[in-house]
Ligand binder design. Structure first.
Ligand code: XBP
Ligand code: MG
Length: 251
């Protein structure tokens, strides 16, 4: 049994629903700008989310015959252009935080819990979301921003979570992670951390066997109670609060 010292947050799908209306749209803008005819519709993008990382996702689509082959340098150029389009979409304020995210972040920060980010996404994309959706003060409030190519093996490998706790000087046993996808859950599981999942449209049918809590969203006090999809610790929850994370740690 360990005290809760650290909460690590996934970004895409967890802090905000960035995939369908953010990353996907930005990829399509980059493809069009480069004169490529490929467009990823909502369903196709759902299939491509099986692979984490934008450059890796383009490579995967090439390998399965969705796009013409191109060398890595061109993929990297395409991805750099996608990142700029994504930053513009985020700066336009199109993607709000998911319900309860700001509330739980504020509660944990006020309680002195160490907060960090562990994401597959590119640092520039993460920075845009922090600046425009969360607020600039969060650049200082997060003790670590672990993102993108900083570790070679992206989720579902545990590396990005292990990197974050190494930087923070906390142990996996003192840490809980918030995720939204099976790739994220596998990454947390193999880093030996507790995990809460907030599902979304793309991840509702993913396998989260073994996760400590699976919910529709974090929820808010003045709204309807959230749906508890997996609740192995038998917690009584209307919306997810810090006390529930602490109860999970106490097993
Ligand atoms: C989500 C991802 C990312 C984004 C695209 O990661 O898989 O690849 O879709 O990001 P997470 P980039 O949920 O761990 O944040 O294009 O910047 O790689
Ligand atoms: Mg995610």
């Amino acid at each position: 049994m360990a005290e809760l010292k650290c909460i690590l947050w996934d970004v895409d799908g967890t802090l905000a629903d960035t995939e369908r209306d953010g990353h996907r749209v930005a990829f399509n803008m980059a493809f069009e700008e480069a004169g490529l005819s490929r467009q990823w519709d909502v369903a196709t993008y759902g299939e491509l989310l099986a692979v984490t990382g934008g450059k890796e996702r383009i490579r995967f689509d090439i390998d399965r015959g969705g796009m013409a082959d191109m060398p890595f340098e061109e993929i990297a150029k395409l991805h750099a252009s996608k990142t700029i389009h994504y930053q513009t979409l985020i700066a336009d304020g199109l993607i709000p935080l998911r319900p309860g995210v700001r509330r739980l972040l504020e509660e944990a920060y006020a309680a002195g819990i160490t907060l960090g980010v562990s994401t597959t996404t590119t640092p520039a994309a993460l920075d845009a979301l922090i600046e425009h959706s969360l607020g600039k003060e969060w650049f200082d409030r997060f003790a670590v921003l672990a993102a993108g190519d900083i570790v070679p093996a992206k989720k579902p490998a545990p590396d990005i979570y292990l990197y974050a706790i190494d930087k923070l000087g906390v142990s996996a046993a003192e840490t809980i992670a918030l995720e939204d996808s099976s790739n994220g859950w596998k990454s947390v599981r193999d880093a030996n951390m507790k995990c809460i999942i907030t599902i979304n449209d793309y991840t509702a049918d993913h396998d989260f066997t073994g996760a400590d809590l699976v919910v529709s969203e974090l929820g808010e006090a003045d709204r309807d109670a959230i749906n508890l999809l997996q609740n192995p610790h038998a917690l009584d929850i209307h919306h997810v609060e810090l006390k529930h994370l602490q109860a999970i740690m106490h097993g």
